[in-house]
Design a protein around this ligand. Structure first.
Ligand code: NDP
Ligand code: 2IT
Length: 453
């Protein structure tokens, strides 16, 4: 890194030394754009960078609620309003016990460039709470969502900040949050995306992240004369993104053979077909059970308990052609990356945000593994959120076919812009650099034009 870029990183570390995930995301980004900013001294990029690593606004608040036993409970919630240069803050809400300011700042930072890549007028934001939805009753989830929105409602708006789902926040939670907003504000507007289709939600939004990931990966492979047809794929996670990634992989003729959750890893060498996927959807979305139950139903599969501790994840040591991490950040470390490479992996398509450590990134770069980073590869979700906002302001609902066509076209455009930026400012096919650079160019242009705010 050059001196000025290093100065910016040093400052981030100095002011928030404990924010490891945020420091990681900033480091990866600065490494990618280092050469561009050095070679373009006529543009005052460093002044932009000083600002871009600082959220425009962070809101932290308490969420008091009452559990089913009548006991008073308390959680902490946040909204990081990172960057509004190109549009209203936009990004999901995460409910997970690990949620803290570092994680939400890294997510909001990534979101800023991801949203820029979609070509839509969307700024970057992220929020959530350290609330753990596991083992909570339906009523507890509802009361928690209502209490959280009681405070959040004054900070969001269809033209200021539009949250959506992320880990632990799906259609059910968005419904409860939306209902409470309406009661408090007496307004029926698109202040959240991922809503049910009976009250302003867009068709294909539930599918969009996973489908978009596969569309982008297919475009990368096609340019290399490869395809998904008949190829063995690793998918991690078993939530929204993992499910619809698996669904689209199957539609494209690929063979997904793994899934996971925070308790363990599932390997089904015979392939996870449509019927088995339907079982997983019912298990995870309706019964809210554990992925270990799959092996009771399908004896050909193996389950390996794995809670994220230990030096490596057995899922990434299964031989396959392509890998789609769709669970959480840093789920692929250097040891996992070495296992993947040793087993001949050809493509990493990131459904999750920042699923690879900096060391793993470096291994994939050295080994020339095609690596589609989250901010490009999982942008389909927020892209269809942007389309949901457009439909809400028009008071219209588009057909699933129309939304899917637009999603495909957005993912094609993302492929074109990240591969062009890689070729122009970094190395051909370095999509990590390409995504950071292409995302940054648009945001920085808007920030400079608006007076470096
Ligand atoms: P879900 O809550 O639907 O599913 C998350 C899955 O990942 C679950 O299988 C969960 O296991 C597992 N998981 C979560 N946290 C951990 C952890 N700390 N260790 C191990 N496993 C974990 O979330 P999504 O599918 O929506 O999100 C998955 C990833 O995709 C996240 O990185 C998210 O930021 C990203 N993403 C999501 C988008 C969306 O539209 N939803 C858009 C773009 C990116 P368990 O069931 O045990 O909790
Ligand atoms: O990480 C992400 O892009 C999301 N969780 C989706 C954000 C959104 O606003 O749809």
């Amino acid at each position: 890194m050059n001196e000025e870029t290093q100065r910016i990183l040093d400052h981030v570390v100095l002011v928030d030394p404990d924010q490891q995930e945020f420091i990681q995301a900033v480091t990866s980004f600065l490494k990618s754009i280092d050469k561009l900013v050095e070679e373009t001294p006529q543009i005052t990029y460093y002044k932009v960078l000083d600002r871009i690593v600082e959220p425009e606004r962070v809101i932290i608040f308490r969420v008091p609620w009452v559990d089913d036993d009548g006991k008073l409970q308390i959680n902490r919630a946040y909204r990081v309003q990172m960057n509004s240069a190109i549009g209203p803050y936009k990004g999901g809400l995460r409910f997970h016990p690990s949620v803290n300011l570092s994680i939400l700042k890294f997510l909001a930072f990534e979101q800023t460039f991801k949203n820029s890549l979609t070509g839509l007028a969307l700024g970057g934001g992220k929020g959530g709470s350290n609330f753990d939805p596991k083992d909570k009753s339906e009523n507890e989830i509802m009361r928690f969502c209502q209490s959280l929105m009681t405070e959040l409602c004054r900070h969001i708006g269809e033209d200021t900040d539009v949250p959506a789902g992320d880990i632990g926040v799906g259609a059910r939670e968005i419904g409860y949050l939306y209902g409470q907003y309406k009661r408090l504000m007496n307004r029926s507007v698109g202040i959240l995306t991922g809503k049910g289709t009976s009250f302003g939600g867009s068709y294909i939004r539930p599918e969009a992240t996973g489908y978009g990931l596969v569309y982008l990966s297919a475009a990368i492979l096609e340019a290399k004369g490869k395809s998904l047809e008949g190829r063995t794929c690793l998918v991690s996670g078993s939530g929204n993104v993992a499910q619809y990634t698996t669904e689209k992989l199957l539609q494209m003729g690929a063979k997904p053979i793994t899934l996971s959750d925070s308790s363990g890893v599932l390997i089904d060498p015979s392939g996870i077909d449509e019927k088995k996927l339907a079982f997983v959807k019912a298990l995870k979305n309706v019964r809210r059970g554990r992925i270990s139950e799959y092996v009771q139903q399908y004896k050909e599969a193996t389950y390996i308990p794995h809670d994220g501790s230990g030096s490596s994840n057995p899922l990434w040591d299964v031989k396959a052609d392509y890998a789609f991490p769709c669970a959480t950040q840093n789920e692929i470390n250097a040891i996992d990356a070495k296992h993947l490479v040793a087993n001949g992996i050809q493509l990493i398509g990131e459904g999750a945000n920042m699923p690879t450590t900096l060391e793993a990134d470096e291994i994939f770069r050295q080994e020339k593994v095609l690596h589609a980073p989250g901010k490009a590869a999982n942008a389909g979700g927020v892209a269809v959120s942007g389309l949901e906002m457009a439909q809400n302001s028009q008071k219209l609902q588009w057909t699933p076919e129309k939304v899917d066509r637009q999603l495909q076209s957005i993912m094609k455009n993302i492929y074109a812009s990240i591969s062009d930026a890689a070729e122009k400012y970094s190395t051909k096919d370095n999509f990590v650099d390409g995504a950071n650079i292409a995302g940054f160019l648009k945001v920085s242009e808007a920030m400079i034009a608006q007076g470096y705010v």
